[in-house]
Write a protein that binds this ligand. Structure first.
Ligand code: ZN
Length: 418
């Protein structure tokens, strides 16, 4: 499949007619709109060098045609290594109900999937880029069936895209550390420079020993100077205790603060308000983040409460057409839209704040409406989108038209502009 973008503009160049947000428009005591202006932006050596008043006549400048520049779109939870994307449509099976069922299924199908995973990972990255995303945190399987082949194939696919896409990688013991004997493999991959986080999976539900699994994970992260990002589907008192025990370990080892995350943490959706408040305060104090794909069955994750309490909440698509789920679209702006709808964040102000879920918390305006992005010296990493402001982009799920990664600017081909 051909790339969905034209050959990039590289090196040093100037963009003209770039729309940036410059403030909020107040009416009496509320924010009625977002103020914007067009600018010229000069890119040098992959960085934003100058932001100057617009000059539509500037010769040799690239015309951004009034498109809105937003911070680079980032998907903070994906599995780029094991997609079914690129294969014929297949809905998930009603027969596989538990994580253990899924592990048994993966043991059957992984050898076959690995034969073509490099190609399909490339297609999946094309899909993300089509929506303007140029960065993902991707988990990759470390299990006794895959060995290190999931990582090896992922690295080939990522290398093919290295100029336009970057990642953080999470070593993910998808089949349990001890449920299958994956701990030795985890020790091996933890030493690798390409690995940023030590992953995990349901210490109680799969390995039946919360302390043993968390202790191993924390020690591996400390020994290799990595972060932690564990999947937690476990509910009830075990799910809650897993989060609390991890928080305790991070407090004992402050070097893990700001780089420890719990992905999913569905148990939070079942807690009483006072319990949510209590655990949110502990998460915020220990600087442990939550990563969510947002909807969870008929429950609602307490996203608003977590944020109010100061917890770092990141968002990802998670499964994009695979055998766990087919409902991830790959469009991180669509996730922000879904959040706005679920939590009724519909005012100009609320919508503009909701963009943070597509940009890993970077927003053009601060909460008071002061310009805070882009700034001279920032990496030239942004998305150009067909919208008048962030609030409209979130509400309309406006189409990305171009993106810059490490200064390289990619325009979408005209025939796929939507
Ligand atoms: Zn996941």
């Amino acid at each position: 499949m051909k790339t969905t973008y034209l050959e990039p503009e590289k090196g040093n160049y100037t963009l003209k007619n770039v729309l940036l947000e410059t403030g909020f428009i107040w009416k009496e005591d509320y924010i009625e709109g977002t103020q914007t202006e067009q600018f010229c932006i000069e890119i040098k050596n992959g960085k934003i060098d100058t932001i100057s008043p617009n000059n539509p006549q500037l010769p040799d400048a690239i015309d951004a045609k009034g498109l809105l520049m937003l911070p680079a779109f980032k998907d903070m939870h994906t599995h780029l290594d094991k997609t079914l994307y690129g294969l014929p449509w297949q809905a998930i099976s009603p027969k596989r109900k538990t994580v253990a069922d899924m592990i048994a299924y993966e043991q059957q199908i992984i050898p076959k999937l690995l034969e073509t995973s490099v190609h399909r990972t490339g297609l999946l990255i094309d899909l993300l880029q089509n929506y303007g995303t140029s960065f993902a945190r991707s988990h990759f399987n470390v299990d006794t069936t895959s060995g290190l082949r999931s990582l090896e194939n992922l690295q080939i696919a990522l290398n093919n895209k290295k100029e336009s896409f970057s990642t953080e990688l999470v070593a993910f013991p998808q089949h349990g550390l001890y449920y299958t004997d994956s701990a030795p493999l985890m020790r091996e991959v933890a030493k690798m420079d390409c690995v940023d986080f030590i992953g995990g999976l349901d210490p109680y539900g799969i390995d039946k020993n919360i302390e043993k699994v968390i202790d191993f994970t924390v020690q591996l992260a400390l020994d290799n100077n990595k972060g932690i990002d564990i999947h937690l589907h476990d509910l009830g008192k075990e799910g809650k205790y897993t989060i609390e025990y991890l928080i305790q370990k991070v407090k004992e080892n402050p070097q893990l603060q700001n780089k420890t995350f719990v992905s999913h943490a569905y148990v939070l959706a079942y807690l009483e308000q006072n319990e949510v408040d209590e655990i949110s305060e502990k998460l915020a104090e220990a600087k442990v983040g939550i990563i969510s794909a947002i909807p969870y069955r008929d429950k609602k994750m307490p996203i608003a409460r977590l944020i109010d309490k100061g917890v770092d909440v990141l968002v990802g698509n998670d499964n994009i057409q695979d055998y766990w789920s087919t409902l991830g679209t790959g469009n991180i702006l669509q996730k922000a839209n879904l959040i706005a709808e679920l939590y009724a964040w519909e005012t100009e102000y609320d919508l503009s704040r909701t963009l943070r879920f597509a940009t890993n918390n970077i927003l053009p305006l601060d909460n008071k409406g002061n310009m805070q992005w882009p700034k001279k010296g920032d990496k030239a990493e942004f998305t150009l989108i067909n919208a008048s402001c962030s609030a409209e982009a979130v509400s309309r799920i406006s189409p990305a038209v171009a993106f810059a990664h490490d200064g390289n600017l990619y325009w979408k081909r005209r025939e796929i502009l939507v």
